[in-house]
Design a protein around this ligand. Structure first.
Ligand SMILES: *Cc1c(COP(=O)(O)O)cnc(C)c1O
Length: 378
């Protein structure tokens, strides 16, 4: 199946029981048993399994070319559940400029449970090798990263991880399975904040996990069922609905993003532009090798917090908000919003300056977006 067909016909198409073309929302917590332990379709209790959630889990499994998929109540619930597979005394190596929430959960929550982490620049796989300890269990990479769009070579890091018997986990939120399938490059686990491009409409908070073996599937399902951070049926349905148009949305996000990058490059008020599609971007070649597209996220520096504030005040079609990946264009200041939970000193080290503006390019008409940015920047 080709990618856009798979988005619509992958997983479970419609409903076996009624012929409904859209997967029904099975708003149910428990299921009738014909005798003790005799289940009709394998469903017993909805924390363990629910048909609407199952349809979504089968779909994301197919899209990521994995063995099993799991849906959680948020991206952070998905990431935390994966981390909870590793017991106390485990060590995880992570990309240094990961999503702020991932940094926070590792340093403030997992740390207390005895799951420690080291943050390194994974765009150089040798940094991963140097950070391996005796108790290291996994490497967690985000590529491209938020908000600097730094690219990590999934194949190269997975190869280092395999040498040491470590699992490779990839946060694929920014690129989505439409453009990038990390399991095909040697990763073992893919995680998503489905709140972003997969949902695509700023109307649902959700997380997804896909694994590449039945052994990992059993481990993730055990945590999912034990800890219980599952996604409800209504939200599962919203993601299935969102996924149907992921292909056309990603194509359009990228067309618009490329035009905006070309405009920003010519603008005097903009210094650095971070976009993996730029030939001058340090991760461009790697991105080209492992992804089929460069996505719709751009960040650029306008020089100072004051200038950034001015831009925010003037834009009309770029909504000031956290989050990303939806049909509407969003704008944010990472240093004071998504990355505020990262200490200032560390932000400076990473290059997340006060004048850094991040935009999530929506699918509005490009003429309107360009005119809006032009009047805000001039
Ligand atoms: C938003 C985000 C998360 C967290 O997901 P939630 O759905 O907000 O819990 C994790 N990783 C990345 C890259 C994100 O952008």
């Amino acid at each position: 199946m080709k990618p856009k067909t798979k988005l619509i016909h992958g997983g479970i198409f419609g409903d076996e029981a009624t012929g409904a073309v859209s997967t029904p929302i099975y708003q149910v917590s428990t299921y009738k048993q014909d005798a003790v332990g005799e289940l009709r379709k394998g469903y017993e209790y909805s924390r363990t399994g629910n048909p609407t959630r199952h349809a979504l889990e089968e779909l994301i499994r197919d899209l990521e070319n994995g063995v099993a998929g799991f849906a959680f109540g948020s991206g952070m619930a998905a990431i935390s559940s994966v981390m909870l597979m590793f017991g106390s005394g485990s060590h995880i190596i992570m990309t240094d400029d990961v999503y702020g929430g991932s940094f926070r959960v590792m340093t403030k929550v997992m740390d207390q449970l005895g799951i420690t982490s080291t943050f390194v620049d994974t765009s150089n796989p040798e940094n991963v090798r140097a950070a391996v300890q005796e108790n290291t269990k996994a490497v967690f990479i985000e590529t491209p990263t938020n908000p600097l769009l730094k690219v990590t070579d999934i194949g190269a890091v997975s190869a280092v991880a395999k040498e040491f018997g470590l699992l490779t986990i990839v946060d694929n939120t920014f690129t989505t399975p439409y453009w990038q399938t990390p399991l095909d490059h040697g990763a073992d686990i893919v995680v998503h904040s489905a709140t972003k491009y997969i949902g695509g409409h700023s109307d649902v908070v959700a997380g997804l996990v896909v694994v590449n073996s039945t052994e990992l599937a059993e481990r993730v399902h055990f945590v999912q069922n034990s800890v219980g951070g599952i996604l409800g049926p209504q939200d599962s349905w919203l993601l299935i609905r969102g996924l149907k148009t992921l292909g056309i949305r990603m194509e359009e996000h990228e067309v618009n993003a490329k035009e905006i990058v070309a405009f920003l490059e010519k603008h005097d008020g903009v210094s650095t532009i971070h976009y993996p599609g730029l030939v001058s971007h340090p991760g461009h070649e790697t991105a080209k090798k492992q992804s089929r597209g460069f996505g719709g996220m751009i960040s650029f520096d306008v020089g100072s917090a004051e200038k950034a504030d001015e831009v925010l005040k003037k834009v009309r079609y770029f909504t000031l908000a956290e989050s990303l990946g939806a049909v509407e264009s969003l704008i944010s200041i990472p240093a004071r919003m998504t990355h505020a939970s990262i200490p200032a000193e560390r932000r400076a080290e990473l290059g997340i300056t006060d004048g850094l503006v991040r935009i999530s390019v929506g699918i509005e008409d490009i003429e309107d977006l360009l005119a809006d940015l032009e009047q805000a920047l001039d």
